[in-house]
Ligand binder design. Sequence first.
Ligand SMILES: [Fe+2]
Length: 179
Amino acid sequence: MLAAECAWTILQADHAKMRRLLDAIAREAGDGPWRVAGPAPARLKEFIDTLRTFDHVSHRPKGTALLGVLRGRSPDADRLLDEMELEREGDDALLDQALARLDAFTRGETEAGAECAALLAQHRNRVLLHLDQEDTLLRAQTEQLLDHEEWAHVVSVISTSLYPTANANHLGTAPEKPR
Ligand SMILES: [Fe+2]
């Protein structure tokens, strides 16, 4: 089904970007001298902020319609959605803890650097696993359960988040005429 392919191509491209950002965070958080002393690890903070913003502002809104139409369709699907929701909360909490340790490090608590790096490594392992689960288990459930109309709706919502202005025009908002 073309709409399903289209939706998953976009979601998996997002996942690929998130994996690259997780790799960048892991490189920065590795054995760098920042954990011992020196200036605040600005690049590490920047990569973490980019990942968080991309996930919350761009990626998750795209999945909202997909998860919404899947909910209630089968006990297996509901179980998977419940698990994913819990896992996501756990991922977010870990990243918050890592950021708190990073802030502590920049305030002068040197030992917080190693704690931050350990939390980030834990976060990376979890998120990589969860992205893979979405690309396989969630994809299989959606392809099995959703019909053409539902996929069309999902793609329409995704395109709204990709092209908000173009879509607003398409939905009837008249473009401003030059005076
Ligand atoms: Fe996702």
